[in-house]
Design a protein around this ligand. Structure first.
Ligand SMILES: O=P(O)(O)OC[C@H]1O[C@@H](O)[C@H](O)[C@@H](O)[C@@H]1O
Length: 283
């Protein structure tokens, strides 16, 4: 990665950005490019060898785009999103940290999605076969420490695999001077782009217990086959398997999610009524 970043700094990329070109591919695609996004915010563009790409804003450490080899967008970002800090970006992959939802005294989903992350120039080793990846880091400011008195380093690697798969890896290190332990919650709050929601089903969560956020977090057991959507859904599935699939019949596309070290899975769809109350939510 050091080499990757050194090249990123030293070579000029396209569009006024800084980039590293795909070695030996014969193509002009830049594997990692730092450039300006909407409202001049810094973003990193990752490009795979056959057309796939991803975009990561340093604001929020937020993935805002993921395209497959056919260059189809796989993530939803609201058309009403204004990309103006300190508001969190609506869509893509918000990072929830150190709190999920309203389960604590901090703002909803914690503060990491409202912070400017940095490019991590010297991350601890983490092997990858991909050339298209970026390491970001978030450390608390003094103001953050007033709200949440723990010192940490949150490292996020976003990697685009050679087959166009997107992989996010998070590492949180306790840097408290006295070594005092702390607890935190963490989630990737991914917005997948789907067609007609009535054509979508989720496999892998059936028969699990869940906490229903629409029923005061009461615990229920999921019945029946795969999950389908007929109204607003906001459920936390407990002890979810490592593999979950989202099948979109209309688009004839399946997302296969693999997770490691994250016990639960949240399914949220605001449906039309709640979506209309969210000023930044639009297709
Ligand atoms: O609007 P936010 O803060 O990004 O949260 C989106 C949704 O996130 C879900 O996880 C919450 O359970 C919902 O209640 C919330 O509406």
């Amino acid at each position: 990665m050091k080499e990757n970043l050194r090249q990123l700094r030293e070579r000029g990329g396209e569009g006024g950005g800084k980039g590293v070109r795909m070695a030996g591919s014969g193509s002009e695609r830049v594997a990692v490019e730092l450039c300006k996004g909407i409202n001049g915010l810094d973003k990193v563009v990752l490009r795979g060898p056959r057309g796939s790409s991803a975009e990561v804003y340093l604001y929020g450490g937020h993935v805002t785009s993921w395209r497959n080899d056919q260059r189809e967008e796989l993530l939803f970002v609201s058309t009403k999103e204004i990309f103006k800090p300190p508001k969190a970006i609506r869509g893509g992959i918000p990072i929830c940290f150190p709190q999920f939802g309203s389960n604590g005294s901090l703002e909803q989903h914690g503060f990491a999605r409202n912070k400017f992350w940095s490019i991590d120039t010297d991350p601890p080793p983490f092997p990858t076969t991909s050339k298209s990846f970026i390491d970001l880091i978030l450390k608390p400011s003094e103001e953050d420490m007033q709200k949440w008195p723990h010192s940490y380093e949150f490292r996020l690697r976003v990697a685009l695999g050679n087959g166009g798969d997107l992989m996010l890896t998070s590492r949180v290190r306790n840097t408290n001077a006295d070594g005092k332990p702390f607890t935190f919650a963490f989630a990737y709050h991914t917005y997948f782009s789907v067609s007609d929601i009535s054509e979508v089903r989720v496999e892998g969560l059936e028969t699990l217990d869940y906490l229903d956020n629409l029923e005061n977090k009461e615990r229920f057991t999921e019945q029946g086959d795969a999950l389908t959507f007929e109204s607003e859904v906001d459920k936390v599935y407990l002890g979810a398997p490592t593999k979950i699939a989202i099948l979109d019949h209309e688009k004839k596309r399946t997302f296969v999610l693999r997770k490691d070290g994250l016990p639960d899975a949240v399914v949220w769809n605001p449906w039309d009524k709640k979506a209309k109350t969210m000023t930044d939510f639009g297709r």
